[in-house]
Design a protein around this ligand. Structure first.
Ligand SMILES: [Zn+2]
Length: 424
């Protein structure tokens, strides 16, 4: 048993914000009480959380662990270790591995590897179509049986409206969210960043914001047609956010996530350095402002990292040729504190919600600090000052634009199923 003592418990589900003790017994929370009120059983292990925030375990609803098939960039073991260091207790891994997670045997392989790694929980996302090729629907029911929590063809959109409709109808009957990487392929073709003054100045091909929002419009209409749950991945454009807001106001089951890099950086930050190349690309200043407003007003449901490791041999090439994506796990919480909380954009409680209850709700789950709940906790400091050095990352890759950035606030410990799997 483990007694987490004297921490400031922040639990969005019960709106608790108080100094409490939390007793973990095996895989579940045993008791939560004001500090000093739990009669500690003999030989209980202690974790002194004085001065620290104790939150429900953070969930990352969007990550790439690269295994099977691209183990030189990341493995389930290194990825989940990096996730633990970022304060995440569970990560959802996208199916664009080699082979693609489009059938139950790949799903089971991922879960077996995650079990062997004994780090954070891994919740696989299955492909919507076979090979994520956008032609035939994947074996979604069999994958659900094996343990997927959602479907997506992430890395690309579900290619046609007809297939997207079919996937949504199927997932509605299975009660699975459909996660869309919203991108109109024809508008985005050949582009490496957002279209605008900066892309012109750099001489790089840009895609308009509409490359995303046209696809969001299609999918919102299909969600309305089918009654399915639609979740927009890594939403980056103001026009996309407005559609999600309007869909929610009409009572549709439409949700979305935003990444730390999209609420921190904009297209003007892009240089010829490929660490600024991601998809969707960094938006305009007004997009970032809209995302910040959406994070504050509840339109955005979750902060997701889109952790996308690429080994140096692939990523350290000229901008046009580099793959899209950056690391995300180890900087997500600190960027959220810096950009959202320390700048007074949102409350600390709301930030915790965006990492916990928010993504859990998208997945049809609960997240709270209460007796009987899974013993997953994220413990972090508001004041701890540190510098992110990517060469010390637990990830196998080094592609982060935040290398060398100094932060105030950091993950201090990650507890999964009652076990401290990371301590700073
Ligand atoms: Zn994507």
């Amino acid at each position: 048993m483990l007694l987490v003592k004297n921490g400031r418990v922040l639990d969005p589900a019960s709106r608790t914000d108080a100094v409490m003790d939390v007793l973990l017994g095996g895989e579940t929370i045993r008791e939560v009480a004001p500090a000093g009120k739990i009669a500690a059983p003999q030989n209980v292990e202690m974790f002194d959380a004085t001065g620290l925030i104790v939150a429900p375990g953070f969930i990352d609803i969007h990550a790439h662990l690269r295994e099977p098939g691209q183990e030189s960039s990341e493995t389930i073991e290194t990825g989940t270790l990096a996730a633990a260091r970022g304060g995440f207790t569970a990560v959802c891994c996208m199916p664009n591995t080699k082979p693609v997670n489009d059938n139950a045997s790949v799903t089971r392989f991922i879960l077996d590897r995650a079990k062997a790694a004994e780090n954070v929980r891994v919740w696989p996302i299955g492909a919507a179509s076979v090979g994520s090729k956008g032609e035939a629907i994947a074996e979604i029911a069999a994958m659900k049986e094996a343990g997927i929590v959602a479907v997506s063809d992430d890395g690309r959109p579900i290619t046609t409206a007809k297939l997207a409709r079919q996937v949504m109808e199927y997932c509605r009957s299975l009660n699975l969210p459909v996660i869309e990487h919203a991108e109109d392929i024809s508008l985005a073709a050949g582009a490496v960043m957002r279209e605008g003054v900066t892309s012109t100045r750099l001489g790089l091909r840009g895609m308009p914001a509409a490359a995303e929002s046209v696809c969001v419009a299609r999918d919102v209409q299909l969600a309305e047609l089918t009654g399915a749950q639609l979740h927009i991945a890594h939403l980056s454009a103001k026009s996309s956010l407005e559609q999600v807001r309007s869909a929610k106001s009409r009572g549709l089951h439409v949700t979305c996530e935003v990444t730390p890099h999209h609420f921190t950086l904009i297209d003007e930050d892009v240089t010829y350095d490929s660490r600024f190349k991601m998809n969707p690309p960094l938006g305009a200043r007004e997009d970032r402002e809209a995302l910040l407003a959406g994070l504050a007003d509840g339109t955005v449901d979750a902060i997701a990292t889109d952790h996308a490791p690429h080994e140096p041999a692939l990523k350290d090439v000229e901008f046009d040729k580099a793959p899209f994506g950056i690391l995300g796990f180890e900087t997500a919480l600190s960027l959220a504190l810096e950009q959202l909380v320390n700048s007074s954009r949102i409350s600390l409680m709301r930030m915790v919600e965006l990492f916990t209850v928010g993504p859990a709700r998208v997945l049809g789950m609960e997240r709270k600090i209460a007796a009987g709940q899974p013993a997953d906790l994220t413990i972090f400091a508001l004041e701890h000052s540190w510098t992110y050095k990517v060469k010390e990352s637990a990830s196998k890759s080094r592609n982060s634009p935040f290398d060398g950035r100094t932060f105030k606030g950091a993950p201090m410990a990650t507890i999964v199923a009652g076990r401290v799997i990371y301590k700073r």
